[in-house]
Design a binder for this molecule. Structure first.
Ligand SMILES: NS(=O)(=O)c1ccc(C(=O)N2CCCN(Cc3ccccc3)CC2)cc1
Ligand SMILES: [Zn+2]
Length: 261
């Protein structure tokens, strides 16, 4: 049964555990990444994404985020290498952002909150489908990229933000053809990796997180564009879709490994 969870007040992150008990688990995400506690692992391989631009299908507003959906009916757009045992299929990408430029990311690095965070979600095709993969500890891999506000924004973000006007309200979905999300990647592939969970309910602990050290630069106007999305449908009052990030969770006995010294 579906419970209306959210990010504020009585259905916010501190309440999620009431309907989704895993939210109080020992492998929750996001977490604080602090240099002092990170372990450089020289056996970590570089990661590679080989995405087919024609796999991109639609872009939508589900009232919680802006999401781009890809065809994952075969190994068409895949992520491999890094900490992963094999290829993982790209299924969707989405964003988390704040109500102002000084916060909005989910992971926090040495106390630094970024304006936002881009997540590219992939699932392990050794399982029969996505629903099966979310029940496995090695079922999902999310590549996380921080959004930092700066003067020289990455032009590649434009394509996504140009579509925002078409998906202003919850439930809107429009075609989004011919898009290769690897154009959004920063120069460096340096990353941290750890085992964690979905950062929204049901908070399953099935994710190998790959968090890139280098943020991509976006403009303040581009962040404002994301904030112009509404949480509600078009026939409801316009509630700005902002602060759709979960606070950091306890790391407990988890190791965060770094691919770089
Ligand atoms: N921020 S993130 O951790 O990258 C993230 C990624 C994906 C979602 C997401 O779309 N959902 C909605 C449905 C799918 N469930 C899994 C599921 C649970 C029960 C039955 C089937 C699938 C995950 C949450 C949320 C958060
Ligand atoms: Zn996310």
């Amino acid at each position: 049964s579906y419970y209306p969870w959210g990010y504020d007040g009585d259905n916010g992150p501190d309440q999620w555990h009431k309907n989704y008990p895993i939210a109080k688990g020992r492998h929750q995400s996001p977490i604080e990444i602090n240099n002092k506690e990170v372990h450089y692992d020289r056996s970590l391989l570089p990661w590679f994404a080989s995405y087919d631009p024609c796999a991109a299908k639609t872009i939508l507003n589900n009232g919680k985020t802006c999401r781009v959906v890809f065809d994952d009916s075969f190994d068409r757009s895949v992520l491999r290498g890094g900490p992963l045992p094999g290829v993982y299929r790209l299924r969707q990408l989405h964003f988390h952002w704040g109500s102002s430029d000084d916060h909005g990311s989910e992971h926090v690095v040495n106390g630094v909150r970024y304006a936002g965070e881009l997540h590219l979600l992939h699932w392990n095709p050794k399982y029969s489908n996505y629903l099966d993969a979310v029940r496995r500890t090695d079922g999902i891999a999310v590549l996380a990229i921080f959004l930092q506000v700066g003067k020289t924004p990455k032009p590649e973000m434009k394509r996504i933000l140009e579509e925002i006007n078409a998906i202003k309200t919850k439930g809107k979905e429009v075609p989004f053809p011919n898009f290769d999300p690897s154009i959004l990647f920063p120069k460096s592939h340096d990353y941290w990796t750890y085992h964690g969970s979905f950062t929204t309910p049901p908070c399953e602990e099935c994710i190998t997180w790959i968090v890139l050290r280098e943020p991509i630069i976006v403009s303040s106007d581009q962040m404002a564009k994301l904030r112009s999305l509404s949480k509600n449908a078009e026939n409801e009052p316009d509630l700005p879709l902002v602060d759709n990030w979960r606070p950091t969770q306890p790391r407990y006995f988890r190791m965060v490994s770094a691919s770089f010294l």
